[in-house]
Structure formats: C-alpha cells, structure tokens
Design a protein around this ligand. Structure first.
Ligand SMILES: [Zn+2]
Length: 253
C-alpha cells in the first residue's frame, strides 16, 4: 500500500495529519523564504515518537548551485541547519530543490557544486533532491541532467523526489517518466503529487488540486502507481481540499 499525505502547516503536524486522514506529513521547520535557522521545537520528542512519518521541506531559496557565494554558502549552511533540526524530530527525510546555476558558469558546474555541498554536509537524515519546473541551467529539471547529477553524487546515498507538477511544467512527458528517472537515479524516495495550473513545458510552478489542473488524471496516477513511493500532496486550500486530494489518489489507485 502506498502511503499518502500532505504538506501541512508546521505548528501541529500530527493534528494536521489527522484532519486530512494523512498517512504522513511534510512541513517546513523555518520560513521557506528566509535564511534563519529553524528554532528548537517544544514538541520535538512527541514528533520523534510519533508513528506518522514526517518529511521536512528545506527553504525554497536554497540553491547550492548558485554562482554567487552569498547564496551558495548560506544555502549549504541552512541545509545543514535544517537537517540538524529535522534530526531532532526524527524526520524521515529533508527535501531540497535541485537548484540551478546562475551567472556565467556552465551547467556542469552545478553538479560539481552539489558534490561540494554534500562533502561538507554532516547528517544522518536522508537528503532528498527534488526535480524543479524551471530555471535555466537547472541541474534537476531534465532527466538527462538528473542522470548526470547522479553520476557525480550517487555515491553519497542521496534520495530523489519526483514532483509531478514540476515534471509537467518542466517539459518531461509522463509516459516513460518513472522508468527514465529510475534509470537515472536508481530510486524514487518520495512523490510530490501536484496537478498544474499551467500547460505542459510552461516552466511555471503553480500547483493545483488533483484532477482540476492541466495534467491528465490518468497520467498523474500512472506516475504515482509506477513510482511505488510515499506520496505528498502540496496542493492549494486547507485540510478539506487536501483530504479530498488524498482520497482522490487512494480511490484512483
Ligand atoms: Zn514539490
């Protein structure tokens, strides 16, 4: 059975899971648009003891591939801070976007920068790199680049998150998507099941509730079924809308 859950507000994740009928949750531990390190949580022991797997999404502005060391260096630091905080709550993994090369450096440089980031990262929490929808010189948008990234960093044992909205908006056809990703990475650790408000290959990252966006429902469910990994919906609305998305997946499966 495939576990299905949602990205929820962070204050009371176990209550949020219950409100959605979720098997697992994903939360932020700090402001997703900020560099501030996560604050200690009073409920850390309770979360750690819980049977509900909790995934942590690292801040969006992390880009370990950036040319600018005022972005690249803090990106490494807050990834470490996030992994440390994730360990405190017994998190199942830390999700981080693949990022993209900025400035004049070639795309290959992004892959080398990932190696450097993982070289200095010290954590027992699984780090899961997520594919992205856009970004010129993105290291985890096209599957061929994901394959090159994994050739460089596969030995670090990092995991992979496949976001359906990002694949769709990033221009990756769904029919052979999961087999191609598995050939590149050997693993899919988590699926972010999101519909897309925008057309195929639009490079826009706007999530929609499942069955209400532009991804054909049968294609969406094909990816979830083939990936055989836990699923997180990162869809709009609150508990009611996300509970419906979770139910939609279970019904389709
Ligand atoms: Zn995602």
């Amino acid at each position: 059975m495939i576990l299905v859950g949602a990205h929820t507000p962070a204050a009371h994740p176990l209550d949020e899971a219950e409100a959605r009928g979720a098997d697992l949750v994903q939360i932020f531990l700090s402001n997703p648009q900020g560099w501030r390190k996560p604050a200690p949580r009073a409920d850390a022991a309770e979360l750690k003891a819980s049977k509900i797997p909790i995934y942590v999404h690292a801040p969006y502005l992390i880009n370990v591939c950036a040319d600018d060391n005022k972005v690249r260096v803090p990106s490494r630091r807050i990834l470490q801070d996030t992994c440390d905080a994730a360990a405190e709550i017994g998190a199942a993994g830390v999700v981080v976007h693949g990022g993209h090369v900025t400035g004049d450096s070639p795309q290959e440089e992004g892959i080398i920068r990932w190696r450097k980031a993982l070289d200095v990262l010290d954590t027992d929490v699984p780090v899961l790199i997520e594919n992205t929808a856009g970004g010129d010189k993105a290291v985890a948008r096209r599957v061929e680049w994901i394959a090159r990234l994994w050739e460089e960093i596969g030995e670090y044992g990092v995991g992979f998150v496949l976001d359906t909205c990002h694949s769709w908006a990033g221009g990756e056809p769904f029919d052979e998507l999961v087999p191609r990703v598995l050939e590149a990475t050997g693993r899919i650790d988590l699926v972010h099941a999101n519909d897309s408000k925008d057309p195929f290959d639009s490079r826009r990252d706007r999530h929609e509730n499942l069955g209400q966006g532009q991804i054909p429902p049968e294609e969406l469910i094909r990816v979830i079924r083939e990936a055989q990994a836990p699923v997180v919906v990162e869809t709009p609305g609150g508990a009611v809308e996300q509970a419906a998305d979770i139910e939609w997946i279970r019904a389709q499966l």
